[in-house]
Design a protein around this ligand. Sequence first.
Ligand code: HAM
Length: 488
Amino acid sequence: MSAVPSLRHLLLLRPRLRFIALSTSSSPFLSYAPSHHFSPSSLRVLSSSSSPTLTQEEADEAVGKGSSLIDVNPPRGTRDFPPDDMRLRNWLFQNFREVSRILSFEEVDFPVLESEALFIRKAGEEITQQLYNFEDKGGRRVVLRPEITPSLARLVIKQGKSVSLPLKWFTIGQCWRYERMTRGRRREHYQWNMDIFGVSKVRGEAELIQAIVLLFERLGINSSDVGIRVSSRKVLQAVLQMYAIPDNLFTQVCVIVDKLGKITREEIEKELLSLGVSIQAVNGIIEVLSLKSLSKLEEVLGSEEEAVSELKKLFSLAESYGYADWICFDASVVRGLAYYTGIVFEAFDREGKLRAICGGGRYDRLLSTFGSEDIPACGFGFGDAVIVELLKDKGLLPDLAHRVDDIVFPLDEVLDGTASRIASSLRKKGRSVDLVEDKRLKWVFKHAERIGASRLILVGNSEWERGAVRVKNLSTREEFEVKIDELV
Ligand code: HAM
């Protein structure tokens, strides 16, 4: 069976195949573009079939009759990565890896499919309502992970006493959330995570923030483009204590007040009141969360308060690291995840056009929620989508054309073997070589330009009789005859 019918066969075996994209845009970074760029009008309904599984013969016959083609778009909110987008993704990930290496973090990885139990939390977080969860064929409840922190905690628990603390790990992995799609928010995204276990002091957070700043600087982003808002959950904890609100309501209160600015104040009030928080406390909480200066916070909570002393320490460390101009205190940063216990932070674009670029904080009590002994921990997650939107807006996307060193082109079919030997020997020396055949010389020149080749190696009969090839340097346009054993 030839490759083409078998591919068609596969496509046809899928029921309800409705759309074909007419857009053949070759624009780079298509996958990183927000999904609403694909307007419904760019889709042509070919047919709506709910055909059951077809036999090979039926499929071939259907193809012959011009039957419907599968929807060629990936599921809503997910992306393909054609070469241009893949280059961009790899470039971004290399920067993630490089910064992690510079900070002496080790790379780890986890399955994208995790046990659902790891992600069941009762604080009413949005993330738990967005789970891609299902039962596998063995009847186990599983999820496509929406974040990586619980997997990290699972591995730390699993490794037990064999891990030496402090432990500094990073990972880059795909996460799934059934999100309402907005610019930079999708149903699948990659997250770079850096986490530290075993450091209880704010040195941990200070290191993490340096990593984030180093990453921005490597990408050409400066502190006038992006800032990092910092606060501490201990601020809210202190306010709850002032109003004698029981500790067991802390997490739920955090999750509710994180919605400030996203839903109305009345709705927040309503949710807090229904938890049993008094109206005086609600007003007190909202008032404190509006504070934007550390000295004001100190006035309200007193200098003895842990939230205040830790934040002051972090801001003083930021001066020493040299990134103080990137960070600002903003008591409204609470973060929507239940497990944070201390300092929390989020990077934002100063023009205010995009959602949070990254976010993290301290989570000293996550392990005990999984039945293990707690270890102080902090970390952050940095997605691949918002940052690309920002780079696009700022004109900072890198030029990442496909590049090869050499094109080897036999001018005569009888020289196929010779061309293979030459390509193979150059590749063994580490050069990237595109071996081209069955094309006209004019096409080869155009192709060389398109892929930015630096040399064109023409394998012709007369040169070959002299044990040589013609080498054209494509940047200088010079051409030489080079002996095969001198070709490097
Ligand atoms: P998070 O704030 O939910 O935190 O996500 C971290 C980052 O992941 C966001 O700031 C954003 O860059 C990216 N992100 C999240 N959801 C989406 C989405 N639907 N589409 C595109 N990007 C998205 C966490 O996940 C924590 N587990 C981070 C952490 C690690 N805290 C401690 N260690």
